[in-house]
Design a protein around this ligand. Structure first.
Ligand code: AMP
Ligand code: GLY
Length: 420
């Protein structure tokens, strides 16, 4: 077979997806739109500089290159209806239709969905009015969590430890133009990311992962898109996994079907394991996680294209059990100094070309190739992913590889997957 695949997006997640597809004996070519410096350098991979929301140009590309199917990486084009568009053109696509993508793009929609399907989640209320929201805050007290309704690239959630912080958050979010806010109960516990692939009828879980959202070591400082991840997450015992399937994924799929939403893609559950052993859903994302994907896919043994095609063909039920490599994976993000605030771009990245097979994998995110020079082009620049028989070995490989790479202002946390 000689499959040709389009991957939409330009992050570390998309580099990992392209890399994983190219490990399959059935994949001949991956095209990334727009891709990054990492996908530009992958053998049998090409970049096309087409924006993720330019549906017409993407459709032309798929037809001209005779591509077999499309995987949509980021949430923005999904929330704009890219999967609906491809479906209407008869193009096989992995990624949910717009209605399904609301599970991520609208917190208010998602909370109503969880309530109506009886899925365990934090108590909450939705507000479109500042005064009513303020009154609710006074009634509930702090700590409390405020969430803007729309997509906000990880910046729409404020975990307020006191009432003053909560008051300012609602004022700021309304002032920024958000029309709806969800105010929800603060949950204590340990977070874990569980991603399922689904064809709309059945689902299969991938190995669980944990993300490190804060910029600083010891989980301090502002939230980021994720400064590292590791897989598998020890907290997800077989008992908890059974609970997650039973109480979260089965009712979610049933509710989607009840609403006639034919969901083909990833259901990424951001979960809180509460101290009483109950798992609650914090959020669903409608796509692969970043950087979780960079830590999960290197452990996947079954060819990724086969799994994705089984979903697209609605044949997951008959698909053999997913196979995984033994061991652990640790992805450490190297970011530009200043991220998640302001940072500069265009810094020369050194050391990647001289790495060997004994080094960690380097998934590139904010990079661009200019006249053979690899330059920084974003906040999160690289995802250096160590693989080992245990977390110690995987961390060691990731961190020793990071020492061989440099760019001006490179910053990374030294405590990713520590004590695991
Ligand atoms: P979300 O985008 O809903 O996942 O929220 C982003 C982050 O905010 C989560 O990963 C948690 O760390 C935190 N968070 C969200 N909701 C809650 C909650 N109800 N209780 C405590 N922390 C939360
Ligand atoms: N790692 C968090 C996310 O992908 O949303």
């Amino acid at each position: 077979m000689n499959r040709k695949i389009l991957v939409i997006g330009n992050g570390g997640r998309e580099h990992a997806l392209a890399w994983s597809f190219l490990n399959s004996p059935s994949v001949e070519l991956v095209i990334c739109a727009p891709g990054n410096g990492g996908t530009a350098n992958l053998p049998r991979c090409q970049n096309r500089s087409i924006a993720v929301d330019d549906f017409a140009a993407l459709t032309n590309l798929i037809k001209e290159e005779n591509l077999d199917f499309v995987v949509v990486g980021p949430e923005v084009p999904l929330s704009l209806g890219i999967a609906d568009h491809f479906r209407s053109c008869g193009i096989p696509v992995f990624g949910p239709i717009q209605q399904g993508a609301q599970i991520e793009s609208s917190k208010a929609w998602a909370k109503e969905f969880f309530q109506s399907a009886n899925i365990p989640t934090a108590d909450s209320a939705t507000f479109e009015d500042l005064q009513l929201a303020q009154a609710y805050l006074k009634e509930k007290g702090a700590p409390i969590v405020i969430k803007a309704d729309g997509l906000s690239a990880g910046k729409g959630v404020v975990v307020a430890m006191n009432l003053q912080e909560a008051q300012s958050a609602i004022e700021d979010l309304f002032a920024q133009g958000h029309k709806k806010l969800v105010i929800e109960e603060y949950l204590v516990g340990e977070e874990v990311s569980v991603l399922a692939l689904t064809d709309g009828d059945d689902f299969r879980l991938l190995l669980s992962a944990q993300d490190h959202k804060r910029i600083g070591e010891g989980n301090t400082g502002p939230n980021t898109g994720g400064m590292g991840a590791y897989c598998p997450a020890a907290i997800l015992t077989p008992e908890l996994e059974a609970q997650v399937k039973q109480k979260i994924f089965i009712p979610t799929l049933a509710e989607l079907k009840k609403r006639n939403i034919d969901y083909c893609g990833v259901l990424y559950a951001g979960l809180m394991v509460c101290p009483d052993g109950i798992v609650k859903i914090l959020e669903f994302n409608c796509r692969f996680g970043d950087p979780e994907t960079q830590a999960i896919l290197p452990l996947l043994k079954t060819p990724l294209d086969e799994l994705i095609l089984a979903c697209i063909m609605k044949n997951l039920q008959n698909f053999p059990e997913f196979q995984w490599h033994q061991g652990s994976c640790v992805c450490v993000i190297a970011a530009s100094n200043g991220y998640p605030g302001n940072y500069s771009k265009g810094k020369l990245i050194k050391g990647i070309n001289s790495l060997s097979d004994a080094d960690a994998l380097v998934f590139q995110a904010g990079t661009v190739l200019k006249d053979k020079d690899l330059l920084t082009d974003g906040g999160r620049v690289l995802g250096v992913t160590g693989i080992g028989e245990d977390f110690l070995a995987a961390r060691k490989q990731a961190y020793s590889t990071l020492e061989k790479i440099s760019f001006e202002g490179m910053y990374y946390r030294r405590d990713i997957a520590i004590k695991k």
